[in-house]
Design a protein around this ligand. Structure first.
Ligand code: ATP
Ligand code: MG
Length: 414
């Protein structure tokens, strides 16, 4: 878990504004969810033998002995909330949320124990139109951020639970012949969650998988049609994508369409957004039968990508007005003036240097902070009722009465 520092957060804020604007333009509504949920709901929905539940959850007992978990993802809590708050009958069932998730993983670049996800979930639509709209929406996000030519969309269909049950048996049968060649992780997964072996990054395992049975051969007709239709409409909308027959998700609740947006600029943690359908989760969690689809963006990875592409490198944070008072007794005169300016121009950034430094040092700091103007307040100025204003850009000085100063400020920062 790490600290998020101001320099980094400038980029975060830019990105968050874009994400919220785009989601709002597709009529998604914000929902805020608790960070803690009952452990049980994650175990049931995500699946007992998934990596997340088996070894990545931060769980603890509260004072009454109930097991709670720091949310490792957002979908489960969102589904719990929409059932509990009866939101499913409303006309607009599109939601988004942004917040920290927690997973006990091995920290590395792009993988942390606390990380932020922007999640979006849509309930009540079972046709591929909404799959398409979600893909178009994410594509628009990348365009707005300026990374669209640096990300690739991979999609697949993982069919139904029954299809996967059948396929898993065949896959295990095939892989057992090569068990001695598998790495430790894959050996363990062979008996717990064999589908996850499909997205192993181990080159030797990938080689073995070339001959493995294909999931697509086990998928029922309705799921196959759904996927085929989606591919067709994506083609007609000119959306570029790659079908990846080995794309699976780490959480059990997914079915049919799954997708990931990846980038080649991120090293091995290269997925910035992942999602898919989960048509039975709402019912499994006690709601009425409701098809659903969603995605989650890993904000840290998105920020890493924009940094490696130098996208927001030109954003500079500058102070607008720097106030220097001369003599301690004039301090509150400076405070009052800054408040009057804020009353008139609430968006300006005004900095008063309260340090006990000489004027030279303060001017240097103002210049380094890229301030546009410095206002000096000393005995003389107060007595005569004017302010000495230094325009750092034009390298000019003015003596201004207060109302003239306010007009000047308006002119400079219009
Ligand atoms: P991965 O295969 O990278 O572990 P995942 O399948 O566990 O990903 P999801 O549960 O689908 O990931 O989460 C969606 C997105 O959240 C990921 O694509 C990634 O961008 C981000 N993410 C997931 N885990 C982490 C983490 N530990 N640190 C930072 N970002 C993460
Ligand atoms: Mg993971």
């Amino acid at each position: 878990m790490h600290d998020y520092l101001p320099k980094e957060l400038k980029i975060w804020n830019y990105i968050e504004i874009i994400l919220k604007e785009v989601l709002t333009s597709y009529c998604y509504l914000e929902i805020r969810l608790p960070i803690l949920e009952k452990t049980e709901i994650f175990k049931r929905a995500i699946g007992n033998v998934t990596d997340v539940v088996e070894k990545e959850m931060y769980s603890f007992n509260d004072r009454k002995g109930n097991s709670l978990t720091l949310r490792p993802e957002g979908t489960v809590g969102c589904v719990r909330a929409i059932i509990q708050n009866h939101l499913l009958n409303k006309k607009n069932n599109k939601f988004w949320y942004l917040g920290p998730m927690f997973r006990y993983e091995r920290p590395q670049k792009g993988r942390y124990r606390q990380f932020y996800q922007l999640g979006a979930e849509v309930f009540g639509f079972d046709t591929e139109d909404i799959d398409l709209e979600i893909i178009i929406l994410t594509n628009r996000l990348w365009k707005r951020i300026g990374i669209d030519s640096d990300v690739i969309l991979e999609i697949n269909s993982i069919g139904s639970k029954t299809d996967r049950f059948q396929y898993k048996k065949e896959l295990v049968f095939f892989l057992k012949k090569y068990e001695h060649l598998l790495d430790e992780d894959c050996k363990r997964r062979l008996y717990t969650n064999p589908l996850r072996i499909l997205d192993s990054k181990n080159k030797n395992v990938q080689k073995i998988l070339e001959e493995a049975p294909l999931l697509s051969k086990y998928i029922n007709v309705s799921s196959s049609n759904h996927f085929q239709n989606l591919c067709n409409i994506m083609n007609s909308h000119g959306i570029k994508y790659k079908c990846n027959p080995n794309l699976v998700r780490g959480l059990d609740y997914y079915n049919n369409t799954v997708f990931e947006w990846k980038s080649n600029h991120l090293g091995s943690q290269n997925t910035i957004c992942a999602g898919g359908r989960y048509d039975s989760l709402v019912q499994e969690m006690g709601g009425q039968k409701t098809p659903a689809i969603g995605f989650a963006i890993g904000i840290e990875r998105l920020v890493l990508l924009t940094k490696s592409l130098n996208i927001f490198s030109k954003i500079i944070e500058k102070i607008n007005i720097y106030i220097i008072f001369i003599g301690d007794k004039n301090k509150y005169y400076a405070v009052n003036l800054s408040e009057e300016i804020r009353d008139l121009y609430p968006k300006l950034k005004i900095f008063i240097n309260f340090l006990n430094q000489n004027i030279k040092k303060k001017i240097k700091h103002a210049v380094n902070s890229l301030a546009s103007i410095i206002i000096f307040i000393g005995d003389d100025e107060i007595k005569k009722g004017f302010f000495l204003v230094k325009d750092l850009k034009k390298e000019k000085e003015y003596h201004l009465l207060k109302n003239e100063l306010m007009i000047k400020i308006q002119k400079i920062f219009k």
